[in-house]
Write a protein that binds this ligand. Structure first.
Ligand code: SF4
Ligand code: FE
Length: 481
């Protein structure tokens, strides 16, 4: 059975990579205190997949081999698969309270599966077979794969082929019988460092004359020519301090990487699109659709933990019975479950592509993500409201535990009889972390911009909505010819 244990996963990523953090090269990145929580998060995925109670949700049967595989390497074969994906992501959000990074490659694979099939049908290429061969290795070795889409984009007012710097969009700079050489950068890369492989896609729908940018390929994350620069996040250096409580979520975390490709060679058997401009937009849209569906699970799971933390702090503060507190908690739950409803709805209306795999409903996936660009902000606002301003003004853990000042800090941070002042400190820091610290990257900024910024969904909603049909409806009722 190709299921890696958490330890096997950890051992398998212990490789030399060209990585920088704070301007310095990092060796043994898995030991770095800022990076380690993001690895713990991925290990949790491998851990849950080993557990009997999560078997149905975390694993499934490969349609390619008939083996039991981790669901993160699965190509959806039914509506039930689409629904279980969303439930799995909620579960992982609940268990880690952050971005667990493995969904990007999962969503890329499901988009590429049907797009490569359709390209081959139209152009008599053999991308689909190539991709299946590549993905079989992923399934059989239970590999973590990142999906890389966002280019650095240079001047936003100009097309890729009119940029002052042609590398502003990743492109082919050389070609031989054996493969291609690519140059450019992919930024905001969730989990790239923690992944074994990455699949690169174009950022946008490309036009005639932009063929060199219409490329998709698989690459090892430590391939020669790839440089990774670790993304700076708010309050990240708290992870380097001796005290752990000030971190908030001290076990788990996300990871964002700035990835630079300096003349990286890609052999032919790892290329899944090369110059097919007409299919570039479809690949972008299908990937984005799958990832917008994903947010209907992962952010809901994180929301569950934040709602739990808020209810707990209300108890610790002795205000849990106040009617406005109860009502605010209900509002948080309502918003969170609305996101989940969208995730389940776009999965339930999933359909079968010609390639045989299942895809979510595009309109509802975009509605889902549009809500995600708003509701976590409101949920987080209500959490801050209930927790109180103390989340931003509280002394450090060093003061809290100081022999000199600690007793007085604890005295004045104490609330109700029977409530541990240390537990209250922990929960307040957790809420601070998720609302304003490192974890806010996963819960808020990523909710806003991950899988496309709000306007990208509005464009898709406008395209999918069928406004003309709605106009016909009213004309029918009012006999307007
Ligand atoms: Fe997965 Fe959510 Fe992170 Fe995207 S933001 S990689 S869907 S956990
Ligand atoms: Fe993301």
């Amino acid at each position: 059975m190709p299921l890696k244990t958490p330890k096997e996963y950890l051992d398998s990523i212990k490789k030399e990579v060209n990585l920088y953090i704070f301007g310095e090269k990092v060796k043994k990145f898995w030991k770095h205190p800022i990076i380690r929580p993001s690895i713990n998060t991925v290990m949790k995925i491998y851990e849950l997949a080993q557990m009997k109670e999560y078997k149905d949700i975390m694993t499934t049967t490969s349609h390619l081999t008939g083996d039991i595989i981790n669901r993160f390497t699965h190509i959806h074969q039914s509506v039930d698969d689409l629904i279980k994906k969303v439930k799995m992501l909620r579960l992982l959000g609940q268990q880690t309270a952050c971005c667990f990074q493995r969904c990007v490659g999962f969503d890329t694979a499901n988009a590429l599966y049907s797009v490569t099939y359709e390209m081959d049908k139209k152009n008599k290429t053999n991308y689909h077979e190539r991709f299946i061969k590549y993905w079989l290795e992923v399934q059989n070795q239970d590999l973590m794969v990142d999906g890389a889409m966002t280019d650095s984009k240079g001047d936003r007012g100009k097309r890729p082929n009119n940029q002052p710097d042609p590398d502003a969009y990743l492109h082919v700079v050389d070609e031989s019988d054996d493969g291609i050489v690519v140059r450019g950068a992919k930024i905001h890369q969730t989990g790239f460092l923690n992944s074994h492989r990455a699949i690169i896609m174009p950022t946008l729908s490309l036009r005639k004359g932009e063929e060199e940018y219409a490329i998709s390929f698989g690459v090892n994350t430590n391939e020669k020519g790839i440089t990774q620069v670790y993304g700076r996040q708010s309050c990240d250096t708290r992870k380097m301090e001796e005290n752990k409580l000030d971190i908030g979520n001290f076990k788990y975390g996300g990871q964002e990487i700035f990835v630079i490709f300096e003349d990286v060679f890609i052999p032919n058997d790892q290329i899944f699109m090369k110059g097919e401009i007409k299919f570039s937009g479809e690949l972008v849209n299908r990937f984005a659709g799958f990832h917008r569906q994903s947010y209907g699970g992962c952010k809901v799971g994180v929301g569950d933990v934040l709602i739990g933390a808020t209810a707990l702090i209300a108890q610790y503060n002795g205000v849990e019975k106040a009617s406005h507190i109860k009502d605010k908690l209900v509002e948080m739950i309502h918003l969170n479950e609305t996101i989940f409803s969208c995730g389940i709805a776009c999965s339930s209306l999933g359909f079968k592509r010609d390639a045989g795999n299942y895809e979510m409903d595009m309109l509802l996936a975009n509605v889902c993500k549009q809500n995600v660009t708003r509701f976590p902000y409101e949920i987080s606002r209500l959490a801050e409201d209930i927790a109180g301003g103390i989340i931003c003004t509280m002394p450090s853990e060093a003061d809290f535990n100081s022999d000199e000042i600690g007793p007085l800090v604890k005295k004045y941070l104490s609330t109700c009889n029977g409530v541990s002042v240390e537990n209250r400190y922990k929960v307040l820091r957790f809420i601070e972390n998720l609302s304003l610290g490192v974890a806010a990257v996963s819960y808020k900024t990523e909710s806003m911009h991950g899988a496309g910024s709000p306007q990208a969904q509005r464009i898709m909603i406008a395209r999918q909505a069928g406004l003309e049909k709605k106009i016909k409806l009213i004309k029918n009722i009012l006999d307007i010819k």
